[in-house]
Each structure stands twice: as C-alpha cells, then as structure tokens.
Design a binder for this molecule. Structure first.
Ligand code: ZN
Length: 415
C-alpha cells in the first residue's frame, strides 16, 4: 500500500467533521492539487473522548461515501507503540510508530559495533548530493548517534513486525515518528536513522523528526524560520540520498507533526518540496476541534454559552489539562481573559479571539492554546456537546472547511 505524494493528517477528535474536512480536500483537487486525506487519532485522544479506533474508520468511510470521494484515504493509528497498537489493527491502514520514548535506551556493545561497522562507507567526509557543505562523520559522532537511536529503531522494527503479522505487509503505510522530544534531530542523524530503519526492514513511507523551533499546539511556529527552512531542505536531500543508498521506498517523505497551524513555515515547506519535486505529509489534527468551538460560538444562544463554559472550566482546570501537553504549550497567564470578561462577550468577540488569524486585533494565542487542550471538557459534556454540533452542523462544518482550505492548504500549496 502506497501513499500519494501529498497527504494531510486531519484528525477529528469528536468524529463529526469528516465530511467538512473532506470538502476542503475536494476543493484543493479542484484547484489542481491532489491531496490524500488521513484521519489520524492517537491513543491519548481516544482515551479522553472515550472513542475507539473503529469510530475513526466509520467516520472516514462515511465521509468518503457521502461525498462520493474516489481518491485514496487512510486511517492513521497515530503515535502508537507496542503497548497499545493492538486496538488499532483492524481499523487502521496507516501506522505512526512512535519510538521517541526509546531514544537513548541501551543497545548491546555487539549491536553497536555491528552498526558502526556497517557505516564505514559513510565515515570521514560525507557528501550529500545537493548540500553544499560536507558533513564530518567522526567515529565519535557515529558512536553517539548509534547509542542514541539504535534501540529506538529496533523498537520500531518490533512494532512494524507485529503489525505486519496481523495485517500483512502490503496492507498498511508505515510512519516512524520521533517528534515528541526535546532536541531536534540533525540532518546527519536523520541519515543514520534511515540506515537503521532500512536495516530493520521497515518500508517507511513517512518520517516525522523533531524539527528545530517550537511546535506549540494550535498556534503558529515559534523559532527561526530561516534556520527551519535550511534544516528542512537538508532533510529533504538527506532522504533523497538515503532512499537510493539504503533501498528505502521511493516515495518516502517528511511528515510534519505541526500541532496545527504552523502558518509561518508553510510557505517554506511548499517552496522546498516544489523545488525538489518531493511529497509531504502534514498532520494538523487539533484545528478541527477549535473550529467546532468557533462554530458553536457563532451559533449564539446555548451553543455560545457552552463555548464559554468550556473556556471557563478550562481556566479552572488548567493544571490538569495542560500537564499532558506541558512541552508543547506556552500559555501566558496574565494574557488569559477572566471568566467574568468572557461572560460579557458576544459571538463575534469569542470567535475572533479564538480563530487563528495572525494580526487580527482580537486573536489571543493564549486563549486558543488553553481551549486547544480543553477537549476533555467538551467530551465530559457528552451528548450536550455533540448534540449542539449536530444542531449547528452547517455552520460548524463551514468553519472547519474554511479553516483547512483557506488557512492551511492555500498557504502550503500556494493557491
Ligand atoms: Zn507527533
């Protein structure tokens, strides 16, 4: 099973916006860019929402049927590991093997020396075609990279083999992710990681490194865009070379776990993949849930009240809600509006504060990040929340569609 050149991870926490999401993909196709939709949902999201992977499959199939969509589409078991992959086997045909937590765990001395020995062609001066500066690969560097990543990739091999036994090798797409870590992987680390992946026999089609800069949830990129562009370009070239050297799948591409809305780096990503005629996978999952809250706010009445309630509860329960996301949010306490303040707001003020329009005078990234991690509260509202989503289906759906098409796809693909 092979994934197309451009693909978009469109997780949908509550599973109600599949059609609206797919409409944005259909509009992109009409504008000349074919994008493969991938509905991704992690174990953590499922456990908060009390949904199961089969629900994601049902949603994806229903959206595809409703719009008579004839392209490929996938259901991604996002950030899975050996302990939780089992529940995703039947419903998923895309698996994101998350081995970030195994980075730095020990391999045996024999395994380490064997890998280093297998790299002897690349030690010394390493030239990657297209990159104008050579990399210096000392024995020490090679040792450090091997000790850091070999066990993690061995773990990816175990997860891959488990899925392969259950599903058959040709029935799923494999991604390897190590984005949820502190320090970014350098292009030269990526090169040797890909060698390890090849040695494990994993037919990886997308790889998600940790890029330089901060990828906070639901808000724009924080970091040096020029440095990001340089590293991203080098990663693209490293992958191109590694595919040829290590016999990895030809369509192997980068996967950017954006945490949603990395608007300022989208043009650079778009430009570089165009320059080298490469593919890309972008996961932008949480955005959809925020558009639901925006849609509810715009609907007014009890829907606006619920949107406010979600914020006010999130404000009370910040510590609990933010803890699992501590590394990927930056909320300035003194810039969060008080419950009393928000109580005075009308639909437009609430929506404009939450909606990600950089430069809009009402937009508040702190407010946005807090609601982003507050989906547990919406889940606790159960049928009250989903009932209002249904009641205001068209309005909410148009927010979801507009967001993906106008704010994400237009920026990425420059149309
Ligand atoms: Zn990720």
């Amino acid at each position: 099973m092979k994934i197309g050149k451009y693909s978009l991870g469109i997780g949908d926490r509550f599973g109600h916006q599949g059609e609206a999401q797919l409409r944005s993909i259909v509009r992109a196709a009409a504008a000349g860019v074919e994008i493969v939709p991938v509905w991704n949902k992690s174990n953590r999201e499922h456990s908060y929402i009390h949904s199961i992977p089969d629900d994601t499959r049902i949603e994806a199939d229903a959206a595809v049927k409703a719009l008579s969509f004839s392209g490929d589409y996938f259901v991604d078991a996002d950030h899975i590991n050996l302990s939780n992959v089992k529940g995703f086997i039947a419903a998923s045909d895309f698996f994101t093997l998350d081995v970030a937590s195994k980075i730095g765990t020990a391999s045996t001395d024999e395994q380490i020396s064997a890998f280093i020995l297998s790299c002897k062609n690349y030690s010394g001066v390493l030239n990657i075609p297209g990159i104008d500066h050579p990399f210096e690969v000392s024995d020490q560097l090679l040792g450090t990279i091997t000790r850091k990543f070999l066990a993690a990739i061995a773990e990816a091999g175990k997860i891959y083999n488990f899925i392969k036994e259950q599903k058959g090798a040709d029935n799923f797409v494999t991604e390897v992710s190590m984005d949820e870590v502190e320090s970014p992987q350098t292009p030269v680390e990526m090169f040797f990681i890909l060698k390890m992946i090849s040695a494990q026999g994993i037919p990886v089609q997308t790889i998600a490194p940790k890029f330089t800069g901060r990828f906070n949830k639901g808000v724009d990129y924080v970091g040096d865009v020029i440095q990001f562009s340089r590293e991203f370009e080098e990663d693209v070239l490293v992958i191109d070379y590694a595919v040829k050297e290590f016999g990895l799948p030809e369509n192997l591409k980068l996967s950017v776990h954006s945490g949603s809305d990395k608007f300022s780096i989208y043009p650079a990503i778009g430009r570089i993949i165009k320059k080298y005629d490469k593919g890309i996978h972008v996961k932008t999952a949480g955005t959809t849930w925020l558009e639901e809250v925006i849609g509810l706010a715009l609907a007014g009445g009890e829907a606006l009240e619920l949107a406010k309630q979600i914020y006010k509860s999130a404000l009370d329960r910040q510590e609990e809600l933010c803890a699992p996301y501590a590394d990927v949010i930056d909320i300035k306490q003194n810039e969060l509006p008080s419950a009393l303040e928000v109580d005075q707001w009308g639909s437009e003020k609430f929506a404009n504060t939450l909606r990600h329009i950089p430069g809009h005078p009402d937009y508040n990234p702190n407010f946005r990040q807090l609601i982003h991690v507050g989906y547990k509260i919406a889940a606790e509202n159960g049928l009250k929340y989903t009932g209002l989503l249904e009641k205001h289906r068209d309005l909410v759906g148009s927010c979801v569609e507009e967001n993906l098409f106008d704010r994400h796809l237009k920026r990425l693909f420059n149309f």
